[in-house]
Design a protein around this ligand. Structure first.
Ligand code: ZN
Length: 142
């Protein structure tokens, strides 16, 4: 089992899941996502996914449950294959450019979103790296 170096289970799942499964919640997150998170943290510095365990408002930025207002059963978040990352020292656009320019450092990322203020990545079965804009609906391989 891959144990993330920089993230606790609470940061990756909502409170209801953590309450039920504790640290075993990590078994719900794709290990490629966990390895990618550690790599992103090493290269780009401090990174927030969920912060409910530190008194913050983010609960559904990692594994997503139907308690979420924007829940979709076909979202990669519902399968533990997606994360929405907020970096302290970099904008989402800076992180997107870094990942696109250094693909070999992030071998598991297949999909990222543009036009959003967070860095969404996922590891879906697809051609890499697909850059998709939720604003325009357009996607391209980068
Ligand atoms: Zn997302």
């Amino acid at each position: 089992m891959y144990q993330p170096r920089f993230f606790k289970a609470q940061e990756l799942v909502p409170p209801s899941v953590y309450k039920k499964m504790g640290d075993k919640s990590l078994s719900l997150i794709d290990d490629r996502v966990l390895m990618t998170l550690d790599q992103l943290r090493l290269k780009m510095g401090l990174c927030t996914i969920n912060n409910w365990c530190f008194g913050g408002n983010f609960e559904q930025s990692g594994l997503r449950t139907d308690e979420c207002k924007v829940f979709s059963p076909t979202s990669q978040h519902a399968f533990g294959r997606a994360m929405d990352c907020k970096f302290r020292d970099h904008t989402a656009e800076q992180v997107r450019q870094f990942v696109i320019n250094n693909k070999e450092m992030f071998p598991y990322i297949t999909f990222i979103e543009s036009d959003v203020t967070w860095f969404h990545f996922d590891v879906r079965n697809g051609e890499r790296i697909t850059l998709w804009s939720p604003k325009t609906g357009e996607s391209k391989i980068v």
